[in-house]
Structure formats: structure tokens, C-alpha cells
Design a protein. Structure first.
Length: 440
């Protein structure tokens, strides 16, 4: 593919047009309009299968909704018998709407509100991952008031030896989990809190990990912490949650996670885990998000204007950072690097010019691609931003400047269907929270 990216293994080209699930992207754009997120179920299936084949059979996959809460995507994973990991009562509601049973949902995240805990406890959630002593006490108090017993795991902020990934979630001062140094103190309180069934441990040290050896180190550390808890309590744990963290390549210098080496390393690790009585009956979990969905999504927008300013050429799109904050570099990047971008209307054309790809917002931050090499583009051409299935729409300031939120289209078996209408984020959130409020 001409430009800053090449054809990846998930999408093809035919007669100069990009194919998504066998459909021409130009046809999808003509039918549903732009800007637009398009998700390909065949890619979801492939990524799920790759992960499933890399893991020991004892490890269950719980999809992390925060990566992308699209209902069609959630239903896909529920159909694969996956559990779901949520980080808010809104995500819990989304999981239930998608058909996930409450006992297949785990709730993690700092600062869970009392009202959120009330809602999920009454609904019969499978497990809550407590992140502080206060939260343990709060869960116990609510459970007693509701005459419920609740499975509670402790999320642990591990020591520095277990950290790793592009975004560190542990190994340093953090709002996530209880510090490993005070784990025993929190464990002792949890064990005697009425209406709480102490269930297990959850460690999540970092996200966007591309080095399989870092993941293995983190898993080993989680097992070490779990064995320490078993020694303290005298019985095996119900669950050990290794978190997510599996990364995907976004930029030219990045290489994909080495799945064959990860698989062999996990197989070797499980040789010692399987016969270990400390793990008799233990359910092991991973809760990936990005790895499963990022490469299945493409953000497309149409060129509305082309202008030059002091020797630099700008392609101005009908969509931008308000839809895809991560691609603009404003979601954690220290140095702005370009997501893979292509002119989907001219895939066979040779690269001819270096341009900045920008959105329609009144801010210099609205840049999706800086110094991108593309074919000579025309008004009306469609640009495609790849790796857009995770932390894209759901992690963006959709209400900025009151532009309509982008629609989402889901492609299954060669058929494209509207998954979420174009509209206003505030309307969607209001409707969702009103629905939750009626059921609390």
C-alpha cells in the first residue's frame, strides 16, 4: 500500500479499493457516510483464535470492555464463551445488554462508587476486584445490607520487578490496586469482613507489551504472589487474574508480539503449574482488549479541503481527533508518531507528496498524521486510519465542538450493518445512565 504503511495481514486490496470483510470500503462509505468506524468480524475471529492457541487451556479469556464497548463486538466475544471485564457500572450494563451472564463478569478499577457497587452486587456479579481497604469495607457493608455474599479478589500493585509495557500500571506509586508490600495487611482484613468470599488475586503491571518475555515475567510474579496467599490462607485460590497487556504494533519501529515464543514459554511454565496443589481448582484469567480488537477496526474520513500554507500541504478531513484522540497523539504519546494511514481511494497510485492529515477542529492539536507520504489526493477521497479498533472512539472527546459522533459499522459474513448510529455522545450516555438508574 503506498504511503506510510503497507498492507497488513488482515486487509486486502482489489482494483485499487480497500476490502473490509470482502466489501469495498468505498461502498461502505457511500452507504453509511463519513466519518465512520468499520469493524471486521473476520479479524476479530482471527485474533481470538491466535490468542486462544497461544494460551494453556486452563487460562480463560475475559474481554476488557474498555478497549471497545461496541455491542456487536461484545456479542461476538460472549458468543465465544468469553467472560467480560468491566471498569464501571456503565460497562456492566453494556455487558448485560450483550447477553453476558453476571457471573461471567469481573469488575476492576480504582474509585468504584458506592452506587456502582450496589448495582453490581444486587445483579449478582461474578467477582469484584478490590483496590483499597476502604473498598473492601464498602463491599462488605453493601453485601451485608443486601444479604448477599460477594466474591472479592484483591488487585495488587506489584513490585518494580514485574513492571513493563508502554504504559506502566504498577511497580510504582499508583491508584491501581494495593501495594504488594501491604498485601498481607489488606488480606487479613478481607478474610474477616462479613459477607465477603475472598476469591483470589489480580495483577496487571502494564499495557501495550510487545516483548513476550515481559509477559512471562509478569505471569511468574503473579503465580508467586498467589502461592504466598495460599500459604497464608491455607487453601487454593478461586481465581488468579493475570490482567491484559498484550500489545499490537502501531508504528514503523514496532514488531508484533512473538506468539510462538510466548506459547512455548507458557507451556513450559504450565508444566510446573498443573501438578501444583496450591492451584488445585484455581481458575486462571487474562483480560485482553487491545490485542483482540485494535487491528479489526479502521477509522475512515473524507477529504473536505486541500490547502497549502507556507510550503506545507494539508489534507483537511471531515473527522479528526474528537473521534480518534489516540491517532492524534494526544492520548499518552510523548512524541507524536503516525498511526498507519492510507488513501483508500487510490491504493494503487504511487506515493507522490508529503502532507499533514488534519481534522476540522479549531485547535492545532487536531492532527491525525504529520508528514505522511501519500498518493496525490483529491477532494472527496477517503483516508483510512488503521489499528483503530481499540481506545479510539471510546477514548475520544466526542462532544468537542458539538460535531456529531461517528457512526460504527460492523461487517460480518460479507454484510455491513449499522452498529451504532451517528449522533450525540451526551444523548447516548444520558439514555444509558437513565436505564441504570431505573434498575438500582
Amino acid at each position: 500500500m503506498p504511503g506510510d504503511c503497507s498492507f497488513n495481514e488482515f486487509f486486502q486490496e482489489k482494483d485499487g479499493d480497500l476490502l473490509v470483510g470482502g466489501l469495498a470500503l468505498s461502498t461502505v462509505a457511500a452507504k453509511f457516510g463519513t466519518p465512520l468506524f468499520v469493524y471486521d468480524e473476520t479479524v476479530l475471529s482471527r485474533k481470538f483464535q491466535l490468542m486462544r492457541e497461544s494460551l494453556p487451556e486452563e487460562i480463560e479469556i475475559y474481554y476488557s470492555i474498555k478497549a471497545n464497548p461496541n455491542q456487536d463486538i461484545l456479542r461476538f466475544f460472549v458468543g465465544k464463551q468469553c467472560g467480560l471485564e468491566v471498569a464501571s457500572v456503565g460497562e456492566f450494563h453494556q455487558a448485560r445488554v450483550a447477553g453476558c451472564m453476571p457471573d461471567k463478569i469481573v469488575f476492576a478499577g480504582p474509585g468504584k462508587a458506592e452506587r456502582e457497587l450496589e448495582y453490581v452486587i444486587e445483579a449478582g456479579i461474578g467477582e469484584i476486584h478490590a483496590e483499597s481497604l476502604l473498598e473492601v469495607a464498602r463491599i462488605g457493608r453493601i453485601a451485608a445490607r443486601r444479604a448477599k455474599r460477594v466474591h472479592v479478589a484483591l488487585r495488587v500493585n506489584p513490585t518494580g520487578e514485574a513492571e513493563g509495557g508502554a504504559m506502566r500500571m504498577g511497580g510504582r506509586p499508583a491508584p491501581f490496586g494495593v501495594d504488594e508490600e501491604v498485601l498481607d495487611q489488606v488480606l487479613n482484613v478481607t478474610l474477616v469482613t462479613p459477607c465477603i468470599n475472598f476469591a483470589g488475586v489480580h495483577l496487571f503491571s502494564g499495557t501495550q507489551v510487545l516483548d513476550y518475555a515481559i509477559l512471562i515475567d509478569q505471569y511468574r510474579h503473579a503465580l508467586k504472589v498467589a502461592k504466598h496467599i495460599v500459604k497464608e490462607t491455607g487453601s487454593p485460590l478461586r481465581t488468579v487474574d493475570f490482567g491484559g497487556g498484550w500489545g499490537i504494533p502501531y508504528f514503523a519501529h514496532e514488531k508484533p508480539l512473538d506468539l510462538p515464543k510466548l506459547k512455548v514459554s507458557l507451556q513450559n511454565l504450565w508444566v510446573s503449574v498443573r501438578p501444583d496443589l496450591d492451584f488445585s481448582g484455581t481458575q486462571f484469567l487474562v483480560e485482553p482488549g487491545r490485542f483482540l480488537v485494535a487491528e479489526a477496526g479502521i477509522y475512515i474520513a473524507r477529504i473536505n479541503d486541500i490547502k497549502e500554507s507556507r510550503g506545507k500541504k494539508f489534507l483537511i478531513l471531515d473527522g479528526g481527533m474528537h473521534h480518534h484522540l489516540a491517532a492524534s497523539g494526544n492520548l499518552g504519546q510523548t512524541i507524536k508518531r503516525n498511526y498507519p494511514i492510507a488513501n483508500a481511494s487510490r491504493l494503487n497510485a504511487p506515493p507522490e507528496e508529503v502532507v499533514d492529515v488534519v481534522g476540522p477542529l479549531c485547535t492545532p492539536l487536531d492532527v491525525l498524521g504529520r508528514s505522511v507520504t501519500l498518493p496525490k489526493s483529491e477532494i472527496g477521497d477517503i483516508l483510512a486510519v488503521f489499528q483503530s479498533g481499540a481506545y479510539a472512539r471510546s477514548a475520544s472527546p466526542l462532544g468537542f465542538l458539538s460535531h456529531p459522533s461517528p457512526a460504527e459499522v460492523y461487517v460480518r459474513d460479507g454484510d455491513a450493518q449499522m452498529s451504532r448510529q451517528r449522533g450525540c455522545k451526551e444523548d447516548y450516555l444520558r439514555d444509558q445512565m437513565e436505564c441504570i438508574a431505573r434498575n438500582v
